[in-house]
Design a protein around this ligand. Structure first.
Ligand code: ZN
Ligand code: ZN
Ligand code: FE
Length: 760
């Protein structure tokens, strides 16, 4: 006989852990109990030694699919009186447990939902311990039905029976519901007049989509605006009403097969699309008549996801029933410009009424706003994805820091904001908060900061923020009453973020390429070659040449101004080519500005250089969304071109500066000689790879460091990322890239935490 006590930590609640333990124990004839506590799951089991050993092995090796075991400890205990195996009631107590992210509809629930003989046939809120909403419905911890937005729905006897049956897939599935007792769905007009309810509502919504209407639909973490992606007029109408002329629209497709018809889908991409996280996956688009050309104009990539909630799946079933063909729907965030996504029925009616023709609503409240996550596969390593937006399916999973920190809150940056709350070696990166430029975003930020502190029982003694004095997050940090406030240079945080992301504190050369970040000299950095000596000590060993943004940040919306100012600065007033088709008067104005050094902001940003080159080549001269010009350049660049523009590296004090005169000369010559823009764009990107390699070699010769860490929003450019990863590895460098947090400013707060952990 053997008796053991097992303590398991991690995501072990709301994922069917206890029934799983129960089944394993009963199968092996063990006696004992399993209990949920606020420190995790505790099990006592006893039986014959081989059975106990096989029980332990099964627990370790095949835990329930949605669980995540962080700690697993076993101790031998004295034999207990044997009395079968039972599931003990939850106990409150000290300590913290984790909260599971939202999980996409599982195959079992999907089959039940589509089976006319099942009692949940066609029910849009079906879920079980392996799937369904979690994070988006939780109000308090521990995760228990009264602590969720399901608190107001009283279970019917059937659901109650399943909920209490340890052998049922829905044992303690907190959002358990059925048509008799759970949330309901209805379809209504913008004014609120109800058109249909239940199954008829889903059918009505499908019909509206088929007829070219725009549907506002309440999902898991917020509202979507949907329309038929093949319907040019509908897409144009949506773009016009949402005032979003060019930015790519995400699509939801009925199946992986349909995805394959829209893009060149590799198995890794299909797998992540169909995973429990079910993010939007950016994939290489191919010609197809299934979608209008207005979906992602001038872009090589498409953002695709699968129906991840039962309601989405039912909508596609209804579409297919009336018109069996591959379906793709635009599924874009239900928000106004850059404000947070809408989660509330009344607000949706209020704010989206002039965009949507009808509303598919339900009465299960969304407690925590949670956008769709966005990922791409960079093609280097199987199963390793780049996360561009960290939200549904990922938040609030914890990250493990490479060193311990006292309790702290890092508030992130201004754009694509996330914050990070940390203590010990554990860091919680928030879901995507968004652009910190509105009262609404700020309120959302504050709401989530308060909730994370409460849920994870972390009381920060320090607030860590960006060095930029005018970021809203910096000002918010200033208003907090905590013992310590620490400012972190933007690009240092990027570098530390990718180190933390890889679980390391070691010395590394940091290549940080982004659009905008406040530098230690008060200029705008963004083409940075840093060196992490270890222990958080960072030096700036190189950067791109400083060039002027006329009118400062305002130039960002008009890349042609940047092109003109760069050309003028590098070659003087006479050398400016005629290729740039802009109003001569405005051109004169910029010339005067550059000549007279009036209202110029100097920047070493690679993002801005991409903008300038994109405009100079006529690829994109004006933008309506962030990074548009750079994305257009990446998409326009022809593959297979190996030529590159030249560059020079000059020493300037302790720093090496990448001089861009030769690069710009080559570009102007090509424009003059009518070299196709695709070829010139490729030559530019090759030059970026070349000068990065040269700088890394140069810095290696000084520091003897053979590790290069890549971070910053420019690394969302896949061509650049995979080229550099490949070339650096060939040259014998160990390359660190992001794995769990975004390379863009969405990952900044994690780096800020590590900075603090080192400095304290
Ligand atoms: Zn399920
Ligand atoms: Zn029920
Ligand atoms: Fe940045």
């Amino acid at each position: 006989m053997k008796s053991v006590r097992i303590h398991i930590n991690g995501i072990v609640q709301g994922v069917g852990f206890r029934p799983y333990v129960y089944r394993l124990a009963v199968e092996r004839g063990l006696s004992g109990w399993v209990e949920n506590t606020s420190q995790g799951v505790i099990i006592e089991a006893q039986g014959r030694e081989p059975e106990v050993d096989s029980f332990l092995e099964a627990l370790r090796k095949n835990p329930p699919p949605q669980s995540l075991i962080e700690k697993f400890s076993v101790e031998d205990i004295p034999p207990q009186p044997a009395s079968g195996f039972r599931i003990a009631e939850s106990r409150q107590g000290q300590g913290t447990t984790l909260i599971s992210p939202d999980i996409a509809l599982c195959p079992d629930c999907r089959n039940e939902m589509l089976n006319p003989n099942d009692r949940r046939y066609g029910y849009p809120f079906i879920n079980c311990t392996n799937c369904g909403p979690r994070f988006s419905i939780i109000r308090q911890t521990p995760y228990d039905r009264p602590a969720t937005t399901m608190a107001d729905f009283t279970m019917c006897p059937d659901c109650e029976g399943e909920y209490h049956d340890p052998l049922n897939r829905r044992f303690h599935a907190q959002p358990i519901a059925c048509p008799a007792c759970g949330p309901k769905v209805w379809l209504c007009r913008p004014g609120g007049v109800v058109i249909a309810e239940g199954a008829a509502a889903v059918h009505g919504a499908a019909r509206a989509l088929r007829d070219g209407q725009i549907l506002a639909l309440k999902g898991i973490g917020g509202f979507h605006l949907a329309c038929n992606a093949a319907d040019l007029e509908a897409v144009a109408k949506l773009r016009q009403r949402k005032r979003r002329p060019h930015k790519p629209l995400a699509l939801m497709v009925d199946s992986v097969d349909t995805a394959r018809r829209l893009c060149r889908l590799v198995p890794e991409e299909a797998a992540i699309m169909d995973s429990p996280q079910a993010p939007i996956v950016l994939v290489l688009k191919q010609a197809s008549d299934l979608i209008s050309e207005l979906i992602a104009p001038g872009n090589r990539y498409l953002g695709l996801m699968l129906p991840y909630s039962p309601l989405h799946r039912l909508l596609f079933e209804a579409l297919a029933r009336d018109d069996p063909r591959p379906w793709a729907l635009v599924m874009t965030s239900g928000n106004i410009s850059d404000l947070p996504i809408i989660i509330d029925n009344h607000q949706a009616m209020d704010k989206l009424g002039f965009i949507a023709d009808c509303f598919l609503l339900h009465d299960r409240p969304i407690e925590n706003r949670n956008d769709d996550s966005i990922v791409f596969w960079s093609g280097q390593e199987p199963g390793h994805f780049q996360i561009m937006r960290h939200s549904r399916g990922y938040a609030p999973n914890p990250l493990t820091l490479p060193l311990e920190t006292p309790p702290c809150l890092a508030v992130g940056g201004q754009m694509k904001n996330t914050f990070c709350l940390a203590q010990g070696q554990r860091a919680y990166l928030s879901q995507h908060i968004g652009e910190m430029e509105s009262f609404e975003a700020m309120s959302f930020f504050e709401e989530m900061v308060e909730k994370y502190q409460r849920w994870f029982k972390i009381e920060p003694q320090a607030v860590v923020h960006d060095l930029h004095p005018d970021y809203l997050t910096t000002r918010w940090a200033g208003s907090q009453s905590v013992a310590e406030k620490i400012a972190v240079p933007h690009h240092f945080a990027h570098l530390l973020s990718v180190l933390a992301d890889n679980g390391t504190c070691q010395p590394a050369i940091g290549v940080v390429f982004d659009g905008t970040g406040y530098g230690l000299d008060g200029k705008i950095w963004g083409g940075e070659f840093l060196y992490h000596h270890g222990a958080g000590q960072i030096s700036r060993l190189g950067h791109l040449e400083y060039l002027p943004l006329p009118g400062g940040e305002a130039a960002i919306r008009h890349p042609w101004r940047i092109a003109l100012a760069y050309g003028l600065t590098l070659f003087g007033p006479d050398a400016v080519w005629d290729g740039l088709k802009v109003d001569p008067e405005q051109k004169e104005l910029i010339k005067k500005q550059v000549k007279g050094d009036l209202n110029l902001v100097w920047t070493s940003s690679l993002g801005r250089l991409y903008d300038a080159v994109s405009a100079a080549l006529g690829i994109c001269t004006e933008i309506t969304f962030e990074a548009q010009a750079a994305m257009a350049l990446e998409s326009a660049a022809a593959g297979g071109v190996s030529a590159a523009y030249g560059f020079q590296i000059e020493e300037d004090g302790p720093a090496r500066v990448v001089k861009l005169r030769r690069l710009w000369q080559g570009l102007m010559d090509d424009i003059q000689n009518r070299v196709p823009a695709a070829v010139a764009a490729a030559k530019f990107q090759n030059a970026v790879v070349d000068f990065t390699m040269a700088m890394c070699d140069n810095i290696k010769s000084i520091t003897q460091c053979r590790t290069v860490a890549l971070s910053g929003g420019v690394f969302q450019n896949r061509t650049l990322l995979s080229e550099l990863e490949g070339r650096l590895a060939d040259r014998g460098f160990r390359v660190l890239v992001h794995r769990q947090v975004p390379a863009n400013d969405g990952g900044l707060s994690l780096g800020q935490v590590l900075y603090y952990a080192f400095k304290r």
